[in-house]
Write a protein that binds this ligand. Structure first.
Ligand SMILES: [Zn+2]
Ligand SMILES: [Zn+2]
Length: 727
């Protein structure tokens, strides 16, 4: 038994640390085995030499140290605790997000090693074809990493083991290598005066070692990337590491390739991280992070949890994107966590966007963040010319629906003649978002959800976008026996069908969640002009460069305005500004056609005019009037049950319990109420919205009350703090 005490955070469903007698070899961040009640579980050492509060004999001893080296940096331990406090999750959920699965399964993580041939003369039997193939390949390649061998010969780990066992091949520890740079991109880039000014005003903060948050407000195509690039190089000169976050994986793979190659030119060691990486690859990058051999990690939100010990710069690109929010527990917001991690490290945080979120703007206004405006596009490229079309004056032009206005059709033909590319944007996949009975007017719904079924014509099926079930097309209306109309409303597939009829010779590419995974090379194909028209969902509105696109059409600018969400105007505005920025980025002048039924809505008008600050200020005042975010936080409690009546009863009881017991007059309550999706995957749902100015203070009160309340056994609750949607 050791004569000192340590605090351990157990990887179980609890919210706080426990005290144990220490054993030799423990460090802050060590993974250990401990006993909690009668179960042995894993834990992470939070602090050494803590002072016990009870008699010494009432504490147990740490059972074992799992790995020699700590698995977490000290800032990540604090971040885990913050996740637990702010998002109301358990320690096990927090560490589930922070530690790679293989580490949590206690699989020893291997140092990055290489493979090479030994001097042994290799003799192979007739049937050892794979052993011979790998051996020959190694002969040609020379020393190489284990990962490259496995990449070249998938599922070959046992064959490699056999070769090592025979003594023909040996392992050796290897420094990680980074790709070499093709000549085509090795041209140095010169910053404009404006970009230079921004870099110079941020740089002094690195040496001060004080946390600061900077907002880059730059029109689309203003070269924010160039500023990031300079800041990364500067941080590296000081020996500091950079975390560079992007909202979505489509962007990670395409755009990041370009940026990371350019950084490699300056011998910066870059790793790209996203959720599609395999477990082994994850472990390799995680390990390199822990060993301190990485300079920059670029990736999606989960890159936030990599153990970087010398973190000096955190970049959040397209910070307004709702994709930064994690949709299952822990339901953290990548941007907010990034700012918090920068704070824990006394690092510089840079948020970039052409359309900052209201949350960010609010903090600029109250002086928490420093604003940097970039108003010019490099080489004085001009912003596109925007036309607004009022669809109320148009005639339906395809299957009785309003699809392409006369103006958009004219401009499309014009582009096809000039062999330039066009981009059409519609935020709904599928063919028709509704299947409506032609006799009784009822919509076809999913049997397990309260969501409408969406008709997907290419596969002749109906899909539920709430639970992702695919169903055969319903033959007749269950209410009256009538037929379902397949052409109500718009979806990307339907626009595709319309284009095929109008322009039979145009090469059209549709890009949405249904097609993107089957066509990973779409971006290169688009760049090499394999297509004339690209139709897509929000995926294509995100920071991608299309130099040959000179026309952008927004099919339904007000598609989101009818959604019952206080952020609808903000989203519509962002969409218009962002999509518009995709046109005319090279030396050609771009044009944008915005189709809308509500041309007078302020968010449409300001979006078309690209008037960002006026919109933000107006919207901020409006939100203040109703006490909506960013002025207050929303803590959303979701309650669900298989039984509709039990849920209704529980909600009613919970409501009166809250009325009686909730002391804080700072918390305002909305609900319980049925959200737009009252049933998902056979679960009935209700939600309660709690408005608060201080989550860290108010959430624990609410969770305390939740524990005191006697919930029926078949009702589950979960929390979503700062939700980005309310479905
Ligand atoms: Zn019917
Ligand atoms: Zn469903």
């Amino acid at each position: 038994m050791g004569n000192f005490f340590v605090e351990v955070l157990p990887l179980i469903g609890t919210h706080r640390g426990l005290i144990y007698h220490g054993i030799p070899g423990l460090q802050v961040g060590s993974m250990v085995k401990i006993q909690v009640r009668n179960r042995v579980c894993l834990g992470v050492v939070k602090a050494l030499e803590v002072r016990p509060t009870e008699a010494c004999c009432s504490y147990q001893t740490v059972l074992d140290v799992v790995f020699d080296k700590p698995v977490l940096t000290s800032d990540l331990i604090l971040l885990a605790e913050w996740l637990v406090r702010y998002y109301g999750c358990t320690l096990s959920t927090a560490f589930g997000a922070i530690l790679p699965a293989m580490v949590r399964q206690e699989k020893t993580y291997l140092p990055t090693y290489g493979l090479r041939l030994t001097r042994c003369v290799a003799i192979f039997r007739e049937n050892s074809i794979r052993q011979r193939a790998i051996y020959r390949w190694l002969q040609q390649q020379g020393d190489t990493t284990y990962h490259r061998v496995v990449k070249q010969f998938p599922k070959s780990s046992q064959v490699i083991q056999a070769l090592i066992g025979k003594g023909y091949v040996e392992k050796f520890p290897m420094e990680p290598t980074y790709p070499s740079v093709p000549d085509s991109i090795s041209t140095p880039f010169h910053l404009t005066d404006e970009q230079m000014r921004v870099v110079h005003s941020i740089c002094p903060d690195f040496s001060k070692k004080i946390h600061s948050t900077h907002v880059l407000l730059g029109v689309t195509g203003s070269g924010k990337t160039e500023i990031y690039h300079q800041l990364i190089l500067y941080a590296r000169q000081l020996g500091l590491q950079t975390l560079y976050l992007v909202p979505e994986i489509a962007l990670t793979e395409q755009a990041l390739k370009k940026i990371s190659l350019r950084l490699c030119l300056n011998e910066v060691k870059v790793e790209v991280w996203h959720s599609r990486l395999g477990e082994r690859e994850r472990l390799r990058i995680w390990e390199n992070a822990l060993n301190g051999t990485i300079d920059v990690v670029m990736g999606t939100r989960s890159a936030l949890f990599l153990p970087l010990g010398r973190l000096g710069l955190v970049i959040v690109d397209e910070e307004h994107e709702p994709a930064y929010k994690q949709s299952d527990t822990p339901r953290y917001h990548g941007r907010d966590l990034a700012i918090h991690r920068a704070l824990l490290n006394n690092s510089v945080c840079v948020l970039g966007s052409a359309t900052p979120s209201l949350e960010t703007w609010f903090n600029v206004q109250n002086g928490q963040y420093t604003l940097h405006r970039i108003v010019h596009r490099p080489y004085n490229r001009c912003l596109p010319k925007v036309y607004t079309v009022n669809m109320s004056f148009e005639k339906p032009n395809f299957e009785g629906a309003f699809m392409l206005s006369t103006l958009l059709r004219e401009k499309l033909s014009d582009r096809l003649d000039r062999k330039e590319q066009s981009l059409l944007f519609l935020n709904r996949r599928g063919y028709a978002p509704f299947l409506q009975c032609n006799a009784c007017g009822k919509y076809a719904t999913c049997p397990c959800c309260s969501a409408h079924l969406v008709y997907h014509r290419s596969q002749q099926v109906a899909k539920c976008h709430a639970c992702e079930r695919t169903l055969p097309m319903p033959k007749m209306c269950p209410h009256c026996g009538g037929f379902f109309e397949k052409s109500r409303g718009l979806g990307t597939q339907r626009i595709e069908a319309c284009l095929q009829r109008l322009y039979p010779r145009a090469r059209v590419l549709r890009l949405d969640a249904d097609t993107v995974s089957s066509n990973p090379d779409w971006y290169e194909q688009m760049l090499s002009q394999r297509y004339d028209i690209l139709i897509g969902t929000q995926m294509i509105a995100k920071g991608l460069d299309f130099p040959n696109v000179t026309l952008v059409g927004v099919i339904q600018a007000d598609g989101q305005l009818n959604v019952n969400d206080f952020r609808a105007a903000e989203r519509t505005f962002q969409l218009l500004v962002q999509v518009g920025g995709r046109a005319g980025r090279a030396d050609q002048m771009g044009e944008v056609v915005v189709q809308t039924f509500s041309p007078d809505a302020p968010c449409v008008q300001l979006g078309v005019a690209g008037n960002v600050e006026d919109f933000l200020n107006q919207e901020c005042r409006l939100r203040d009037r109703y006490g909506y975010p960013p002025h207050r936080h929303i803590m959303r409690q979701i309650l669900r049950s298989h039984s509709e009546s039990v849920l209704a009863y529980a909600c009613q009881q919970w409501d009166s319990f809250l009325q009686k017991n909730l002391q804080s007059e700072h918390i305002a309550i909305l609900g319980p109420a049925v959200p737009p999706l009252g049933k998902v995957n056979n679960y009935y749902r209700q939600h309660v919205l709690f408005f608060s100015r201080d989550v860290l203070k108010d959430l624990p009160c609410l969770m305390q009350l939740q524990r005191q309340f006697r919930w029926p056994i078949n009702v589950a609750t979960l929390w979503d703090v700062d939700p980005v949607d309310f479905v």
